[in-house]
Design a protein around this ligand. Structure first.
Ligand SMILES: Nc1nc2c(c(=O)[nH]1)N[C@H]1C(S)=C(S)[C@@H](COP(=O)(O)O)O[C@H]1N2
Ligand SMILES: [Mo]
Length: 326
């Protein structure tokens, strides 16, 4: 079994580089889970194997130059929070489910099929996709429609780099992102929460905006499985659910694609879903947000900013009624 070297020969961090605090917290969590599953009848051997897969194997480092111009100077959320408070329904609906279950996701081999209204359709191997353009680190705010936010140092390149390579035809008006939906690897897909596969989409000009990030890493490493490995999009001016994880297909379309949350509750989740403090969700306000990791229940909430603070994108929507096209 490979422990310190991956097949590409890139050096991996040694266990000694893991901070004692993480080790202590990890061990405490492990013991708690061990106690819980011992009751459920799982053998200790099985537990240890699962644990090794989940966190024992050190993550592969990924080098990227910081794009300061496109990065917020706010303090990043801790790696622990960013990898243990997740929405990834393919692995369960609780915030802690993805961290616990996503170790079964196999991210190699992996291909992304790119087709539809393009002159050069291609099925790209993930290792080629990663090298298509220079990787950048961008520290973005991520605002979930549920009312919380994080600040995450993502690694990737502008999605426009990939789009230009496949040469969209004049008919390409929308881009659809389709996530993996494999019952064998994803326990959540065995349930009917969503009409799988998870699907999201952008208008072509939104997808071409430099801020739209094709994302392959975070915190100087490859993406954690629970954050959408091996490749996802990050669209920082939109609610988090627009940023599809573990993408296997990108389609260029004439018509607006059907998207998962919009199909499930069209009056609650619009196709655009730009972060907008002036348009409330039918069941709650969107005016404020809670920054994950920031104090407790009594810490005042932050004001949510129009377009999540990414005012550059406003020109994409001139003349549009953003209350109607929410
Ligand atoms: N395939 C897929 N992508 C998804 C989701 C999901 O359930 N499945 N959840 C979305 C939601 S609601 C949010 S807020 C972000 C969370 O990303 P993070 O866990 O990396 O912070 O992923 C989005 N992408
Ligand atoms: Mo979300």
């Amino acid at each position: 079994m490979l422990i310190k070297r991956n097949p590409n020969g890139i050096d991996l961090p040694f266990p000694s580089e893991i901070t004692p605090r993480e080790v202590v917290e990890g061990r405490r969590a492990f013991l708690a889970r061990a106690a819980a599953t011992a009751v459920a009848g799982t053998s200790l051997w099985e537990m240890l194997q699962r644990e090794a897969l989940a966190q024992g194997a050190p993550a592969q480092k990924l080098a990227a130059a910081r794009n300061a111009a496109l990065s917020t100077t706010e303090n990043p959320t801790s790696f622990q929070d960013a990898t243990h408070y997740n929405n990834f329904y393919e692995f369960g609906t609780d915030k802690s489910d993805p961290a616990e279950n996503a170790h079964t996701l196999r991210t190699r081999p992996w291909t992304v099929q790119i087709d539809g209204e393009v002159k050069k359709p291609v099925t790209l191997d993930i290792d080629r996709l990663v090298k298509l353009a220079p990787l950048e680190e961008r520290i973005y705010r991520l605002r979930c429609v549920e009312g919380w936010s994080m600040v995450i140092p993502w690694i990737g390149y502008s999605l426009s780099n990939l789009i230009k390579q496949v040469e969209p035809t004049g008919n390409a008006k929308y881009v659809q992102f389709i996530s993996l939906a494999d019952r064998a690897q994803m326990p959540g897909v065995r349930g009917r929460v969503i009409d799988w596969p998870y699907s999201e989409g952008l208008r072509m000009d939104e997808a071409m905006h430099p801020l739209a990030l094709l994302t392959v890493g975070m915190y100087g490493q490859v993406l954690a499985n629970q954050n959408g490995a091996p490749v996802r999009v990050i669209v920082p001016w939109k609610y988090g659910f627009k940023s599809a994880k573990s993408i296997v297909r990108i389609r260029f379309l004439r018509e607006q694609p059907k998207t998962s949350w919009n199909l499930l509750a069209p009056e609650e989740y619009g196709f655009y879903s730009n972060v907008n403090p002036n348009v409330d969700h039918p069941r709650w306000s969107q005016a404020t947000e809670r920054r994950i990791g920031e104090g407790g229940l009594f810490t005042p909430k932050r004001k949510t900013l129009m377009f999540n603070g990414y005012n550059d994108v406003a020109s994409l929507y001139t003349g549009m009624d953003l209350k109607k096209f929410f």
